[in-house]
Write a protein that binds this ligand. Structure first.
Ligand code: FES
Length: 117
């Protein structure tokens, strides 16, 4: 049974006539629009939740996390965290290894050493 047979005669006369060609076009277009909208919404909502932030736990009550060191106080070597997962932040405690395994990321520490003369 065709769609045309299901529609009342007045729909055929005054409405938009739908052919099989229209329906085979509308279906894929509607599917692509629905999937695109879903993906866009997921992308936009990911930008606003805590999972997309680099800093998830450190000094969250501060507007900006800043650490400052005098170069003379660093000693011969200092290892600073760049993954924001260290329990000893701003120093690296090796937590980047677990983070990299879980996420496929490749972050590592910043190592500052005194040049040996
Ligand atoms: S723990 Fe963050 S870089 Fe090592």
């Amino acid at each position: 049974m065709s769609l045309r047979a299901l529609l009342p005669k007045s729909e055929l006369r005054y409405g938009f006539p739908l052919s099989r060609g229209h329906l085979t076009t509308i279906g894929p277009v509607a599917l692509v629009a629905a999937v695109g909208t879903y993906v866009l919404c997921r992308y936009l909502s990911g930008k606003s939740n805590g999972k997309s932030k680099v800093n998830q736990t450190i000094s969250k009550d501060s507007a900006k996390v800043v650490h400052s060191f005098d170069i003379e106080d660093i000693g011969s070597k200092a290892v600073f965290c760049r993954c924001w997962r260290s329990k000893k932040f701003p120093y690296c405690d090796g937590a980047h290894t677990k983070h990299n395994e879980e996420t496929g990321d490749n972050v590592g520490p910043l190592i500052i050493k005194k040049k040996e003369l």
